[in-house]
Write a protein that binds this ligand. Structure first.
Ligand code: IPM
Ligand code: MG
Length: 353
């Protein structure tokens, strides 16, 4: 059956890294006889410029009708201070697709160990942040006046429970250890969060060890001892912040992929980096985060584990051979790096056939 993939190149370096993901998806699609249809739609600042709306109705309809959505990046200084921000399109899209579980893995590529700025990182560093994506302060009531402004952080038990389930199940498949992050010493929403996670664990996941950590302590601990962690679950804004922090561990934010999933298997996939307007159009962005996101897309939305692994192995092979983009001290362009991954895929395919 055809898998419908919608591409949303977006802004800044978004189109460049989306092209990289599209190239690699096309190649593994041919190798593994996957029936993938890929179509691009306007999104973000580019769609504000073209249509006055960061999520035009035809883009939303296409995403709702798709099996998976791949997003490059959104935003940029060009739209700062304008009535509508590109980011609101992304928040509306996440909400409309109800992709409440945002998986952000951090691992160290062994060949890049010396590129990590942290001495505490070891080859064992490998953890998954599970970020709640469609609730909390991002979606609570907002008021914005010239004298006062407020953002409400609201969570319902069922919202906490469904993201906690995703995290418990991930922990069961990994090492059986889960850390839930909150700010329960100050915030009521965090006390609710902690209670729900504790009860759910005791009731349905007695085989998983759960610890609770305050977000400030976690910000420190992640740097001090990144190897301590396996699965980390947290609310929307803490997850946003901690996942940027975590991405530094691997050596560059350009390496980090993400998947946002709901209950249906449909997903939204994006590298966690932003639109990087300062380097847009120069063909120097690192495409690895986007390509690794494409692997997650195949794994989670197309039931295609072997092609996903093939992509991940190709990335490892290329980086182990010393081929790197500038963010990691190399000199390869975005398109050249993509070409290397493509060549590694083709070589692996040829030797297995
Ligand atoms: C991310 C980004 C987004 C977020 C922005 C662009 C709205 O930082 O995906 O982490 O805050 O969720
Ligand atoms: Mg972020």
């Amino acid at each position: 059956m055809t898998k419908k993939i919608v591409l949303l190149p977006g802004d800044g370096v978004g189109p460049e890294v989306t092209k990289a993901a599209e190239t690699i998806l096309g190649a593994v699609g041919d190798q593994f006889n996957l029936d993938l249809s890929m179509r691009s739609f306007a999104f973000g600042g580019a769609a504000i410029d073209a249509a006055g709306d960061p999520l035009p109705p035809e883009t939303l309809t296409a995403c709702q009708d798709a099996d998976a959505v791949f997003l490059g990046a959104v935003g940029g200084p060009k739209w700062d201070g304008q009535a509508i921000r590109p980011e609101t399109g992304l928040l509306r899209l996440r909400k409309a697709l109800d992709v409440f579980a945002n998986l952000r893995p951090t691992r160290i590529y062994k060949s890049l160990l010396d590129r990590s700025p942290l001495r505490t990182v070891t080859p064992k560093t490998d953890f998954l942040i599970v970020r709640e994506l469609v609730g909390g302060i991002y979606f609570g009531d907002r008021s914005e006046g010239s004298e006062t402004a407020s953002d409400v952080c609201l969570y319902h038990c069922h919202e906490v429970e469904r993201i906690a389930r995703v995290a418990f199940e991930a922990a069961q498949k990994r090492s059986g250890r889960l850390v839930s992050v909150d700010k329960a010493n100050v915030l009521a929403s965090s006390r609710l969060w902690r209670g729900v996670v504790t009860d759910l664990g005791a009731r349905d996941y007695p085989d998983v060890t759960v610890d609770h950590m305050l977000v400030d302590a976690m910000a420190m601990r992640l740097i001090q001892a990144p190897d301590d962690f396996d699965v980390i679950v947290t609310e929307n804004m803490f997850g946003d912040i901690l996942s940027d922090e975590a991405s530094v561990i691997s050596g560059s934010i350009g390496l980090s992929p993400s998947a946002s999933l709901g209950d249906t298997g449909k997903g939204l996939y994006e590298p966690i980096h932003g639109s990087a307007p300062d380097i847009a159009g120069e063909d120097i962005a690192n495409p690895v985060g986007a390509i690794a996101s494409a692997a997650m897309l195949l794994r989670h939305s197309c039931n295609a584990e072997a092609p996903a692994r093939a992509i991940e192995t190709a990335i490892e092979t290329v980086m182990a051979a010393g081929h790197l983009t500038r963010d990691l001290g190399g000199d390869l362009a975005c398109t050249a790096m993509t070409g290397k991954v493509l060549a590694a895929l083709e070589k692996a395919f040829a030797s297995s056939h």
